[in-house]
Ligand binder design. Structure first.
Ligand code: NAD
Length: 283
């Protein structure tokens, strides 16, 4: 029975995922190389729980218990006690491979290694470890506390036992799992990212302003957020990384990343997290 979790990477996804596990009763260590990011995550989780309390959807005791189950470190403490390590570091293959190898060396043999990757091959990441049968994709949506879906991705070597443990765990978190086989972008990003890329091409070609493109897609296709607003929210660096994986992995020119997206990412305009993307964000 897994009770102790390490979430590696305290960015927008790691923060939300750590909150979800802590609220479901797991002891969670949230790990990041950046102390500033850890402090930001701790503040973010407290504010998120406070908002739910103010709305009357969360009793004080649940908030306090969740916060007690969370701890924040630059490296994993007592690795021998960890049953699941879930990585949510930046979408970079070399970085994730190195991290999984480090986790493989540190954690007990029975521990499961999960990746929140949006697009990278679970089979390839798993092959870099000595426990490919205990490596799996656990792809939370953003923001993790609010979004009900988790894509569970089986790599070529993922065992049935690992899959069953993670499928049950996702349900115990109050989320709905869907099973995806290991193809670039899995289900959601295979369909979402070409739409976002096409919206960026529409800006690039001068079809319309970002505002009008988003308004058209919200009011014309009943989407809660327009594709450019959503791209800013996800992070334009993350969007570019995913589109590149689709382009390389599926070998079809229809996934070619829009040059405007590359230009924004090169300029450091990464969307909401840096204050500028297709829109500007104050504060
Ligand atoms: P982010 O840039 O907000 O956060 C990444 C964090 O990883 C940073 O805090 C960074 O300091 C930390 N980090 C980098 N190297 C590290 C290391 N070696 N050890 C520990 N921490 C390290 O990124 P994000 O948006 O949270 O995305 C994280 C992962 O989740 C990516 O794989 C991404 O594709 C995936 N994802 C993102 C979204 C989204 O909407 N942004 C949705 C689902 C999945």
């Amino acid at each position: 029975m897994i009770n102790k979790i390490a979430v590696i990477g305290a960015g927008q996804m790691g923060e939300g995922i750590a909150q979800v596990f802590a609220m479901a009763g797991y002891q969670v260590q949230l790990i990041d190389v950046s102390p500033a990011q850890l402090a930001k995550a701790e503040k973010g989780i407290t504010q998120s729980l406070d908002r739910q309390m103010t709305k009357g959807t969360l009793p004080l005791s649940v908030k306090e218990d969740a916060l007690k189950r969370l701890s924040f470190f630059e490296t994993i403490q007592n690795p021998e006690t960890i049953g699941l390590a879930l990585e949510a570091v930046v979408e970079n293959f070399d970085l994730k491979t190195q991290l999984l190898q480090d986790l493989d060396a540190q954690l007990p043999d029975a521990a499961i290694l999960a990746s929140n990757t949006s697009s990278l091959s679970i089979t390839t990441l798993a092959a870099a470890t000595k426990r490919p049968d205990r490596v799996i994709g656990m792809h939370f949506m953003n923001p993790a506390p609010r979004m009900p879906l988790v894509e569970v991705i089986r790599g070529q070597a993922t065992s049935e036992t690992t899959y069953q443990i993670i499928d049950h765990m996702v349900r115990a978190l109050g989320k709905t799992p869907v099973l995806s086989q290991d193809f670039p972008g899995f289900i959601v990003n295979r369909i979402l990212m070409p739409m976002i890329n096409e919206a960026i091409y529409a800006v690039h070609d001068g079809v319309a302003t970002p505002q009008d493109i988003d308004t058209a897609m919200k009011l014309g296709t009943n989407q809660p957020m327009g594709p450019l607003e959503l791209a800013d929210f996800i992070g334009l660096d993350t969007c570019l990384a995913i589109i590149q994986v689709l382009h390389e992995g599926l070998g079809d020119e229809k996934y070619r990343p829009c040059p405007l997206l590359i230009k924004y990412v090169t300029s450091g305009w990464l969307g909401k997290k840096t204050g500028r993307g297709f829109y500007e964000y104050a504060g």
